[in-house]
Design a protein around this ligand. Sequence first.
Ligand code: THU
Length: 142
Amino acid sequence: MNATPARTSNDELLRQATLAAEKSYSPYSNFKVGAALLLENGQVVTGTNVENVSFGLTICAERAALVRAVSEFGPEIRIVAVAVANLNKAASPPCGACRQMLAEFASADAAIVFPAAAGVTTMRFEEVLPLGFDMQLKDKAR
Ligand code: THU
Protein backbone atom coordinates (compact mmCIF):
# COMPACT_ATOMS: atom_id res chain seq x y z
CA MET A 1 0.00 0.00 0.00
CA ASN A 2 1.29 3.46 -0.85
CA ALA A 3 1.93 5.89 1.96
CA THR A 4 -0.10 9.10 1.90
CA PRO A 5 1.91 11.56 -0.19
CA ALA A 6 3.46 14.45 1.74
CA ARG A 7 1.67 17.79 1.41
CA THR A 8 3.42 19.84 -1.28
CA SER A 9 5.75 22.34 0.43
CA ASN A 10 5.56 26.07 -0.21
CA ASP A 11 9.03 25.87 -1.79
CA GLU A 12 7.86 23.20 -4.22
CA LEU A 13 4.73 25.22 -4.98
CA LEU A 14 6.91 28.24 -5.77
CA ARG A 15 9.08 26.09 -8.03
CA GLN A 16 6.00 24.98 -9.95
CA ALA A 17 4.77 28.58 -10.20
CA THR A 18 8.13 29.56 -11.68
CA LEU A 19 7.91 26.73 -14.23
CA ALA A 20 4.41 27.90 -15.17
CA ALA A 21 5.73 31.44 -15.75
CA GLU A 22 7.91 30.04 -18.55
CA LYS A 23 4.68 29.46 -20.49
CA SER A 24 3.51 33.08 -20.16
CA TYR A 25 1.95 34.77 -23.19
CA SER A 26 2.90 38.37 -22.41
CA PRO A 27 4.12 40.12 -25.58
CA TYR A 28 2.71 43.49 -24.42
CA SER A 29 4.14 43.76 -20.90
CA ASN A 30 6.93 41.18 -21.10
CA PHE A 31 6.01 40.41 -17.48
CA LYS A 32 5.94 36.65 -17.08
CA VAL A 33 3.87 35.42 -14.15
CA GLY A 34 3.10 31.91 -12.93
CA ALA A 35 0.80 30.70 -10.18
CA ALA A 36 0.45 27.33 -8.48
CA LEU A 37 -2.55 26.39 -6.36
CA LEU A 38 -2.43 23.60 -3.81
CA LEU A 39 -5.87 22.08 -3.37
CA GLU A 40 -7.17 20.35 -0.27
CA ASN A 41 -7.22 17.09 -2.26
CA GLY A 42 -3.43 17.35 -2.65
CA GLN A 43 -3.49 18.29 -6.32
CA VAL A 44 -1.42 21.19 -7.65
CA VAL A 45 -2.84 23.28 -10.51
CA THR A 46 -0.77 25.90 -12.29
CA GLY A 47 -1.55 28.85 -14.54
CA THR A 48 0.16 31.67 -16.33
CA ASN A 49 -0.82 35.13 -17.56
CA VAL A 50 -2.35 35.33 -21.02
CA GLU A 51 -2.41 38.80 -22.56
CA ASN A 52 -4.45 40.25 -25.39
CA VAL A 53 -3.94 43.15 -27.75
CA SER A 54 -7.11 44.59 -26.19
CA PHE A 55 -5.19 45.02 -22.96
CA GLY A 56 -8.14 44.85 -20.57
CA LEU A 57 -8.91 41.28 -21.63
CA THR A 58 -5.65 40.01 -20.16
CA ILE A 59 -6.02 37.15 -17.69
CA CYS A 60 -3.64 36.95 -14.72
CA ALA A 61 -1.77 33.79 -13.83
CA GLU A 62 -3.71 33.30 -10.59
CA ARG A 63 -7.11 33.46 -12.29
CA ALA A 64 -5.91 31.22 -15.12
CA ALA A 65 -4.92 28.63 -12.49
CA LEU A 66 -8.21 29.07 -10.66
CA VAL A 67 -10.45 28.48 -13.67
CA ARG A 68 -8.31 25.52 -14.62
CA ALA A 69 -8.66 24.04 -11.13
CA VAL A 70 -12.46 24.35 -11.13
CA SER A 71 -12.63 23.01 -14.68
CA GLU A 72 -10.55 19.96 -13.76
CA PHE A 73 -11.79 19.20 -10.24
CA GLY A 74 -15.20 20.82 -9.98
CA PRO A 75 -16.94 23.45 -7.86
CA GLU A 76 -16.17 21.93 -4.46
CA ILE A 77 -12.41 22.61 -4.59
CA ARG A 78 -10.77 24.28 -1.62
CA ILE A 79 -7.47 26.13 -2.08
CA VAL A 80 -5.07 25.69 0.85
CA ALA A 81 -1.99 27.44 -0.59
CA VAL A 82 -1.12 29.72 -3.52
CA ALA A 83 2.35 30.51 -4.86
CA VAL A 84 3.03 33.31 -7.33
CA ALA A 85 6.30 33.80 -9.20
CA ASN A 86 7.58 35.95 -12.03
CA LEU A 87 10.61 35.78 -14.28
CA ASN A 88 11.23 39.54 -14.06
CA LYS A 89 12.82 39.64 -10.60
CA ALA A 90 10.03 41.97 -9.44
CA ALA A 91 7.56 42.00 -6.59
CA SER A 92 4.24 40.43 -7.61
CA PRO A 93 1.63 39.91 -4.94
CA PRO A 94 -1.70 38.76 -6.43
CA CYS A 95 -3.68 41.73 -7.82
CA GLY A 96 -6.96 42.80 -6.24
CA ALA A 97 -9.09 41.10 -8.88
CA CYS A 98 -7.29 37.81 -8.32
CA ARG A 99 -7.66 38.08 -4.54
CA GLN A 100 -11.41 38.55 -4.93
CA MET A 101 -11.65 35.55 -7.28
CA LEU A 102 -9.53 33.41 -4.96
CA ALA A 103 -11.82 34.34 -2.03
CA GLU A 104 -14.51 32.16 -3.48
CA PHE A 105 -12.40 29.01 -2.99
CA ALA A 106 -9.53 29.84 -0.61
CA SER A 107 -9.56 29.20 3.13
CA ALA A 108 -8.94 32.16 5.45
CA ASP A 109 -5.71 30.54 6.59
CA ALA A 110 -4.47 29.56 3.10
CA ALA A 111 -0.78 30.42 2.63
CA ILE A 112 -0.16 33.05 -0.04
CA VAL A 113 3.48 32.91 -1.12
CA PHE A 114 4.75 35.67 -3.40
CA PRO A 115 7.81 37.76 -4.23
CA ALA A 116 7.67 41.02 -2.25
CA ALA A 117 10.18 43.87 -2.40
CA ALA A 118 12.10 42.27 0.46
CA GLY A 119 12.03 38.77 -1.04
CA VAL A 120 9.65 35.82 -0.95
CA THR A 121 6.93 36.46 1.62
CA THR A 122 4.17 34.25 3.01
CA MET A 123 0.91 35.68 4.33
CA ARG A 124 -2.45 34.24 5.30
CA PHE A 125 -5.22 34.76 2.75
CA GLU A 126 -7.30 36.79 5.21
CA GLU A 127 -4.34 39.18 5.56
CA VAL A 128 -4.04 39.79 1.82
CA LEU A 129 -7.82 40.25 1.41
CA PRO A 130 -9.21 41.56 4.70
CA LEU A 131 -12.45 43.01 3.29
CA GLY A 132 -13.40 40.87 0.32
CA PHE A 133 -16.92 41.15 -1.03
CA ASP A 134 -18.82 39.21 0.59
CA MET A 135 -18.84 35.78 2.14
CA GLN A 136 -22.33 36.24 3.63
CA LEU A 137 -23.77 37.06 0.23
CA LYS A 138 -22.14 33.96 -1.19
CA ASP A 139 -23.64 31.78 1.57
CA LYS A 140 -27.10 33.23 0.92
CA ALA A 141 -26.81 32.50 -2.78
CA ARG A 142 -26.44 28.79 -2.12
N1 THU B 1 -0.41 39.79 -13.71
C1 THU B 1 -0.63 38.55 -13.20
O1 THU B 1 -0.51 37.54 -13.91
N2 THU B 1 -1.00 38.43 -11.91
C2 THU B 1 -1.21 39.48 -11.06
O2 THU B 1 -1.64 39.29 -9.93
C3 THU B 1 -0.91 40.85 -11.52
C4 THU B 1 -0.53 41.01 -12.93
C5 THU B 1 -0.04 39.93 -15.13
C6 THU B 1 -1.06 40.63 -15.98
C7 THU B 1 -0.21 41.16 -17.11
O3 THU B 1 -0.09 40.17 -18.12
C8 THU B 1 1.16 41.37 -16.50
O4 THU B 1 1.14 40.69 -15.24
C9 THU B 1 1.52 42.82 -16.25
O5 THU B 1 0.56 43.46 -15.51
